[in-house]
Every structure is written in C-alpha cells, then in structure tokens.
Design a protein. Structure first.
Length: 95
C-alpha cells in the first residue's frame, strides 16, 4: 500500500478568516457530495444513504465549528489550523 500526505492548511488566522477558510471547505465538500448523489440517482441507482449520512455529519461539524469560532471571537483569540490529507493507494482486489 502506498501512502501520501499533503499539507492542506498550516496557518494562524483571526476568527473571521478561520471561519471563511473552514466553512468554505466544508460547504464545498457538501456541494461535491450532493452533486455526486445527483449523478448516482440520474444513472438509476438510488443507494445514496452513505453520502446523505456524510452530508448530515458535515452539517453538524459546520455548526460546531461556527460555535467554536464565535467563542474564540469573543476573546479575540487567534485560530491555528493544521489540516492534512492522507491518501492510501491500495492494490486492486483480484478475484
């Protein structure tokens, strides 16, 4: 198995900029999943439960992040964000 790591975000932000960066990422991911679901349904497959569950989880995460950043904004705190992407390339299953 191959593993690759990429640094997506590594910076310190004020609360407004952190909100913009994080909520934009989450919203884009939700939009991507919704587009994927639309394509799946258009092809006649209606099994999108996994994707719908993920959208729900991301929506919940978005609200938690909003609350966290609102709290940080009240104190004037800076927000340090470190986000990485790990990609694991697995061999195809033969059989």
């Amino acid at each position: 198995m191959e593993e690759h790591n990429f640094k997506l975000i590594s910076s310190t932000y004020n609360s407004d900029d952190a909100r913009h960066v994080l909520l934009s990422l989450i919203q884009d991911k939700i939009k991507s999943i919704n587009n994927l679901c639309f394509g799946i349904k258009e092809r006649g497959n209606h099994d999108t439960d996994h994707f719908r569950k993920r959208v729900f989880e991301l929506s919940k995460m978005r609200e938690e992040i909003k609350e966290l950043l609102a709290s940080a904004e009240e104190t004037g705190a800076e927000i340090e964000i470190d986000a990485s992407i790990q990609i694991h390339i697995k061999e195809a299953v033969k059989g």
